[in-house]
Design a protein around this ligand. Structure first.
Ligand code: DP6
Length: 311
């Protein structure tokens, strides 16, 4: 048996939209931070036929089946029993597919002795879920052309950011990211503007991370998030992932900033609000978001490491 672990990541410059060619390639460069406070653990053993168990229940995941078939097109892989569990809500905008595919390729690579380096693991994780490419690495991570495997930008101790996740719903989302972003590409009038500005946002965020300029990173990360949600909302049918509590949390983050705290928000394809802050403001952020009506749980996380084999 081999066991691997990986953490979700949250994008500060978002990926929303794919290129029209094979390989699950994002249309725009994107970057993220990896979170230590949420973990996916995946065990792999030999089996008579493939079996997938997610959070202790047998599961049939067509995306996983297609991915395994593609992987078997390149490598000789026996039938496998895969047990994967998340210590956080699955499919609710907390990037479980990112940590899931990153842990899975890391475990299969070790168990089947595929000999993949981190770049190749990242490329295979991307084929499962493009955000998963980034969870191969810890700290600050970019997913950029031309290769479209993730590259580490800075280690987690470059800048001790903390993330406070305000969970406002634990229900699985109605429309998954892949289907949602395809709908946006085909129907949102804002989609081309989103593509046009992404490289500039990516450069601004990379510069802000290099120089540890929190105000600059706040501005570009919130804007990238809100532009992505504008594209989602103007898709037809609309993609509306927020709850009233999500909006209240974003307002609360703005109020904290007006009081002088170093904090900004980001939200993915789900209702949870992730507040990114400097350590000095983390207690105030936890306490302010805990008080927002509709917040059912707070998860606090420092930055974490990349995917790894643990046994
Ligand atoms: C909103 O990586 O889940 O979290 O490649 O189709 O599996 P697929 O999509 P996925 O999309 C993530 C979208 C996002 C933004 C981001 O993480 O960059």
């Amino acid at each position: 048996m081999t066991t691997a672990q990986a953490h979700p990541n949250i994008a500060l410059v978002k990926y929303w939209g794919k290129q029209e060619r094979v390989g699950n390639l994002p249309a725009t460069p994107n970057l993220s931070i990896t979170l230590a406070g949420l973990t996916t653990t995946t065990h792999i053993t030999d089996a008579a036929k493939d079996a997938f168990v997610l959070n202790d229940a047998p599961a049939d995941d067509p995306k996983l089946n297609r991915w395994l078939e593609t992987l078997r097109g390149s490598f000789d892989i026996p039938p496998l029993e895969i047990h994967s569990s998340n210590d956080f809500p699955t499919s609710a905008g907390l990037a479980s597919s990112a940590s899931g595919f990153a842990a899975l390729i890391t475990a299969i690579n070790a168990f089947c002795e595929l000999g993949l380096d981190q770049a190749m693991c990242s490329q295979w994780a991307r084929r499962g879920s493009a955000s998963a490419a980034r969870s191969i690495y810890g700290g600050f991570v970019a997913l950029v052309p031309p290769q479209w495997w993730a590259v580490p930008m800075a280690k987690k101790d470059h800048w001790a950011l903390e993330v406070v996740v305000a969970v406002t719903s634990t229900e699985a989302k109605d429309v998954g990211s892949g289907e949602g972003m395809e709908r946006s590409r085909l129907t949102s009038a804002f989609y081309n503007a989103w593509l046009r500005d992404a490289a500039a946002d990516f450069t601004a965020a990379s510069d802000a991370i290099s120089s540890k300029d929190f105000a600059a990173l706040s501005a570009v990360a919130e804007l990238s998030c809100l532009k992505m949600h504008s594209v989602m909302l103007t898709s037809q049918p609309t993609l509306s992932y927020w709850t009233p509590a999500s909006i209240a949390c974003m307002d609360r983050v703005r109020s904290l900033r007006a009081l002088g705290h170093d904090v900004f928000f980001t939200v993915d394809a789900g209702p949870q609000v992730k507040a990114v802050c400097l350590s000095a403001s983390a207690d105030a952020v936890v306490s302010a978001l805990s008080d927002v009506p509709g917040v059912i749980k707070i998860i606090r996380s420092p930055l974490g490491d990349g995917a790894r084999v643990i046994e």
